[in-house]
Ligand binder design. Structure first.
Ligand code: KG4
Ligand code: ZN
Length: 359
């Protein structure tokens, strides 16, 4: 089965070709440089950039896969033989989602292929199955899924492909959003996750201990809340630098920034591991799969490795290149759905699409 997939939910324009379990191409154009000066994604700029890039990115994906000169025959594109065209229908930015929707429909019609709309968060979960360019690992069910991205933080019980139950989700900021906002407070570059991680690696643990930030465990539920943690960082900076430190662009010393980054990362990672372990214990499940941009975080990976060693849990992370947004994970959503003969589902874009809306 050969699948062409499109991903434009946020600030990456991505297209890939998946042939069976092997990626023939996987092209990602990141808009980070476009949004950096605003320290966050500007939706209108994102949609425009997707529109400009979707065609060249598709061209690059086709030519990398070896399809140099597609041509038309009997009204169909006589290029690659494609069985299905898959796109993320949500969650994401409305204008950005439309770009994939339109491109995927046009491609499916020209190629005479099936068209499928899938859930972007399911893609983050299934991304674990890639090893290099091959989707050669299989997730074992039942398992607990932890999705930690720029827009979402969700904990799921997963019983099989397409069988997800949401246990908890963030009530305010997503984990990635908290990284991005704390980086902004500290004067670090967007996206905040990689910047905070880089600074934290230079920290002296004893110095970071002075910044013991709260762990928002919220023991009565599986929900998350990271906005209080972000505010705790803001208050510490205000105490150290003065009330209008942000407006005046006052910054801590590099070692102070490193300490805050380490202490913040520790608080986020402890919280994510704690709540995941709690879900595992409550449901009697010892397998965990972690996906999404924040899953690239080294400290989080290390903490989960500790949980795995101490409690005997099997914890799987998507490879780093598949943690942030890409089309390969979207292609896999389509592949697994077709293999399991699940219904094609809706083709409408759904900016607020949630796992609970699945079956
Ligand atoms: O999954 P993703 O590419 O996009 C969404 O679906 O939102 O995630 C992007 C988020 C950003 O908030 C970014 O700061 C965060 O993932 N991120 C990281 C790291 N790399 C990316 N957060 C922590 N540590 C990282 N190494
Ligand atoms: Zn994402």
């Amino acid at each position: 089965m050969r699948i062409l997939a499109f991903e434009t939910t946020c600030d990456e324009t991505a297209v890939c070709l998946l042939d069976g379990s092997r990626l023939l191409s996987n092209v990602v154009f990141s808009q980070i440089s476009l949004h950096r000066k605003y320290s966050g994604v500007v939706p209108e700029l994102a949609s425009r950039a997707h529109l400009e890039k979707i065609s060249p990115v598709l061209g690059a994906a086709l030519s990398k896969a070896g399809y140099k000169r597609p041509f038309f025959r009997n009204g169909l594109l006589n290029g690659p033989k494609i069985d299905a065209v898959v796109f993320s229908r949500g969650p994401g930015l409305p204008g950005a989602l439309l770009v994939s929707r339109v491109a995927a429909e046009a491609a499916a019609r020209l190629l005479g292929a099936k068209l499928l709309g899938v859930n972007h968060l399911e893609g983050h979960f299934l991304a674990y199955e890639y090893e290099g360019i091959r989707a050669s690992r299989r997730i074992k069910f039942p398992c607990i899924g932890l999705i930690v991205s720029g827009g979402h933080t969700e904990l799921w019980k997963v019983e099989g492909y397409g069988r997800y139950k949401v246990l908890g989700r963030t009530r305010d900021d997503a984990a990635g959003e908290a990284f991005d906002k704390v980086a902004k407070l500290l004067g670090l570059e967007y996206p905040g996750g990689p910047s905070v991680q880089k600074a934290a690696l230079k920290a002296v643990p004893a110095a970071a201990g002075g910044f013991a930030f709260p762990r928002p465990y919220m023991e009565d539920s599986f929900d998350f809340s990271f906005s209080g943690l972000k505010t705790a960082v803001a208050y510490r900076l205000r105490d150290l630098l003065g009330p209008d430190f942000y407006e005046k662009r006052l910054r801590l010393s590099p070692s102070g920034i490193a300490s805050v980054c380490l202490a913040f990362e520790e608080a986020v990672a402890d919280t994510l591991v704690h709540k995941t372990a709690k879900a595992c214990a409550a449901l009697g499940i010892k397998r965990v799969v972690v996906g999404g941009g924040v899953a690239a975080n080294l400290r989080l990976r290390r903490k989960f490795a500790g949980l795995s060693a101490s409690a005997g849990y099997e914890v799987g992370f998507a490879e780093k290149q598949y943690c942030t947004d890409n089309a390969a994970m979207i292609a896999l959503c389509g592949a697994r759905r077709l293999q399991a003969r699940m219904p094609a589902g809706s083709l409408d874009i759904a900016p607020d699409l949630a796992a609970a809306a699945w079956r």
